[in-house]
Design a protein around this ligand. Structure first.
Ligand code: ADP
Ligand code: MG
Length: 361
């Protein structure tokens, strides 16, 4: 899995029949090197004008080769480190790197070629998970909800439970028994990462330290939350760069601390903005993704979601970093078995739909 934060590749092994999860295996992370990140950023910018999902302008083709390479390396290192033989892995779920997500144009592009991975690793690969959903009129995101529901069954928490993943974009899964609702809530880390990189040259606000020293501009938050996306009921999804120019302008004249504080608060406030759009208020929240590693953001979430209990995925016995990667392993097995991987209540697809493309080595 490599998400919209464009930070690196997460690897996770699970044991599952596509329904029940019987075991969490080891996990690993292979960060993108600086030039790889820059290449993926350029490819994302270049892909904005692409109208065909198979089109690969030169810079996008270059980025795709780098994405393939990074994933092959990540898996090879993972197998060696854990003494796992390729024949012991039934299937790899390969998400690829999203460079464009425009479901309203029935277009979503994840670069990364399943054929390359299967051939290099000698393991069957399922990839291109989102294409069928978008082609059928779905949002093409989020895709982790069915995995969240399978995990939540084991927790015994009082419903409803919300699982919040804070990657580049933030998305929520609302679970009330078998009822499942999911959508993107708004920006996750991407706007903050971009702002901090622009101002300091560093790729992230490590441990929320910059934001902690700043003052939140509540008026700006209220103004930004007036954007029609936030009032729209689920399902709904975002492209990483949807809010970029729109929010960017509001931050030009701020100190780096105040800007970071306000962008962090924007993420928390946009998560809380989903509450009136849900059938009931969740009793507890489980937070995964890199955003769960940001204590300033976590503190703001606790404030905005009170009195609900807010805990990290690690605290719940899951994994902050590996949850999304595990989800795509789970979906790969579901795809092999022909089971649905998206639902009308998660992506807005007209009927439960299978997806993913299988490549044998
Ligand atoms: N220690 C940390 N402090 C603050 N933010 C963090 C920390 N660790 C990770 N992050 C944030 O999480 C992001 C990566 O999150 P991730 O879940 O991998 O997102 P994605 O699924 O979009 O790749 C980083 O870009 C950064 O914004
Ligand atoms: Mg990531």
């Amino acid at each position: 899995m490599s998400g919209t934060s464009q930070d690196g590749v997460d690897v996770a092994l699970i044991e599952t029949d596509g329904d029940i999860i019987t075991r969490f295996g080891p996990t690993a992370y292979r960060s993108y090197a600086r030039p790889e990140r820059a290449l993926i950023r350029s490819a994302t910018a270049a892909a904005a004008n692409v109208t065909e999902r198979t089109a690969r302008p030169e810079i996008v083709a270059k980025a795709e080769a780098a994405v393939n390479r990074a994933h092959v390396e990540a898996v090879e290192t993972f197998l060696t480190a854990n003494s796992i033989q390729p024949r012991d892995v039934a299937v790899i779920g390969f998400h690829g790197q999203t460079v464009l997500h425009r479901p309203e144009r029935r277009l979503t592009i994840q670069i990364g070629d399943g054929h390359v991975l299967a051939a290099r690793l000698g393991i069957p690969v399922v990839y291109d998970f989102r294409a069928a959903d978008v082609a059928a009129g779905g949002e093409g995101a989020p895709f982790a909800p069915m995995y969240h529901r399978a995990l939540a069954r084991g927790l015994g928490l009082e419903p409803p439970v919300a699982v919040l993943n804070i990657g580049g974009v933030a998305n929520v899964t609302y679970i009330d028994g078998d009822d499942l609702i999911a959508c993107d809530t708004g920006p996750g880390n991407a706007l903050l990462d971009d702002f901090v990189r622009l101002r300091t040259g560093k790729p992230l606000d490590t441990d929320g330290r910059i934001a902690r020293a700043g003052i939140v501009d509540q008026e700006a938050i209220a103004r930004l939350l007036a954007h029609p996306f936030f009032a729209k009921p689920p399902p709904k999804s975002l492209d990483r760069n949807d809010f970029r120019s729109w929010a960017g302008a509001a931050f030009d004249n701020r100190s780096v601390e105040d800007g970071a504080a306000t962008l962090t608060a924007l993420t928390a406030a946009s998560v809380a903005r989903i509450l009136p759009l849900l059938p009931r208020v969740p009793k507890s929240w489980i937070v995964s993704g890199g955003g769960a590693r940001n204590p300033t953001l976590m503190r703001m979430l606790v404030e905005r979601l009170a009195p609900a209990r807010v805990q990290t995925a690690d605290d719940a016995g899951w994994s902050i970093d590996a949850l999304e990667a595990q989800a795509f392993a789970y979906l790969a097995v579901r795809s092999l078995r022909g089971l649905p991987i998206s639902l009308p209540t998660t992506t807005g697809v007209p009927r439960p739909l299978c997806g993913g493309v299988l490549v044998e080595p």
